[in-house]
Design a binder for this molecule. Structure first.
Ligand SMILES: [Zn+2]
Length: 421
């Protein structure tokens, strides 16, 4: 189903493998995909034959999420990043989209198999084997989330157990009854299940769960969170990184020394986000090699990473980022489980007569609590209007407090309006 020999291939073999797949990808998109044809033509690349070397590859334009969102807004429903006629696509999913219009993404039969293969690497890296029973407490809705993880468990030969349509006590009962040995969910949900187990006097540590795999939040890469999950479940907790529009690209090995990037299925670059030049620490830029129907080529993930300079003790030659994803470049907040970008808050606050504002963030357990201070016309009444705007725009009730005019700091250059308390 998937070739793990490449995990330990030497650099030349890996690079050659990637290049063959970049060529296949380039031929597929330059003939048929309107999005990439237009982007590349604008950058002076008329056909796949013009892509002769990695130097040429490095001259391809960097693409941001904003461009994808705009493309889908202009070309409903699915935008122009489609290599094949719509009938070729068999799955539709979308980003969690809690901060605006969700991004829709289509997959073909081949690219859905590719998703499963990528998740196979994630689960195998964590030590999941055929015979394991992997439980997925996930809603199985439009958000791609753990849908692909479920497919990955199947691809690996494990028993995949869907945990949708159940509340937490029912999920715990299902895990007990079916003897789940692997739990795949967000780090906060793993902690929440522990809390529910505690309330029901279920000793989670005595359940047969031996491995937990986490995505969606940085938690499993944060030592304190990982320790709580591992102690509570009596298991080893593994981090994973992926994106709806990109795929499941990062995973931990038994050494748990940061995330490996699956270079057999992705080309990874790290750039200085300001200049675009290659860097040791900076923004992760990815190209996926197996999603020809709707690929992303040199996509700015917005994730900040630091490349490890030493080989991993596990023997994998795939590149490794120390400490996992260090953060979102645009400083995303997680408020009551909802992802919120400060830029999304600003976009709403700025609709009101607000002279200056500040986003105060404090940690409440694993989650961010946010208070927005505003220098707003109309004092309390003005602040209430901002609060209503935020609730309508973000679906979140945030505390909004009026402050005296001129009391907040002003910025000449790069503003720092997010203050962590
Ligand atoms: Zn490793």
């Amino acid at each position: 189903m998937f070739d793990r020999a490449l995990e330990t291939a030497d650099a030349t073999a890996l690079r050659n493998h990637q290049w063959r797949r970049v060529q296949t990808l380039a031929h597929a998109v330059t003939s048929a995909n309107a999005f990439w044809t237009a982007k590349w033509r604008a950058a002076g690349l008329a056909s796949a034959e013009d892509l002769r070397s990695w130097d040429d590859f490095a001259r391809l334009p960097l693409i941001s999420k904003r461009e994808l969102v705009e493309d889908q807004a202009e070309h409903a429903l699915f935008g122009t990043n489609l290599t094949y006629p719509l009938e070729r696509y068999v799955r539709v999913h979308q980003t969690s989209g809690t901060t605006g219009t969700p991004l829709r993404w289509l997959d073909t039969q081949e690219s859905w198999d590719w998703w499963a293969r990528c998740w196979g690497f994630v689960l195998a890296g964590a030590g999941v084997r055929p015979g394991d029973r992997a439980f997925f407490p996930f809603s199985f809705g439009l958000f791609v989330g753990f849908w692909a993880g479920f497919e990955g468990a199947r691809a690996l030969g494990a028993l995949a157990i869907p945990g949708g349509g159940q509340d937490s006590p029912a999920r715990l009962a299902a895990m007990q009854t079916l003897g789940a040995t692997v739990l795949v969910c967000t780090p906060s949900y793993a902690l929440h299940l522990l809390q529910v187990a505690h309330e029901r006097r279920i000793d989670a540590e005595k359940l047969p769960v031996r491995i937990t795999v986490h995505a969606g939040e940085p938690g499993a890469g944060i030592p304190a969170v990982r320790a709580r999950i591992e102690t509570g479940w009596g298991a080893r907790a593994f981090d994973h990184a992926g994106m709806t529009e990109m795929g499941a690209y990062g995973y931990e090995c038994q050494a748990q020394a940061g995330l490996h990037v699956n270079e057999s299925e992705f080309v990874a670059e790290v750039i200085d986000p300001a200049t675009g030049a290659a860097a040791q620490e900076g923004e992760l830029v990815l190209t996926n090699l197996g999603r020809l129907g709707s690929p992303l080529i040199r996509y700015r993930t917005g994730d900040r990473v630091r490349l490890a300079s030493t080989p991993c003790v596990c023997g994998r030659t795939f590149l490794r980022v120390e400490g996992g994803i260090l953060g979102r470049l645009d400083d995303m907040l997680i408020v009551r489980g909802v992802n919120v970008f400060p830029s999304a808050i600003e976009a709403i606050v700025r609709r009101f007569p607000v002279a200056e504002f500040q986003i105060e963030v404090s940690r409440d357990g694993e989650l961010d609590e946010v208070r927005v201070l505003v220098e707003v016309d109309g004092g309390e009444t003005g602040a209430r209007r901002v609060q209503e705007g935020l609730r309508a725009g973000l679906g979140l009730r945030l505390e909004v407090a009026p402050v005296a005019a001129g009391s907040l700091p002003r910025f000449e250059l790069k503003a720092r309006r997010v203050v962590r308390r």
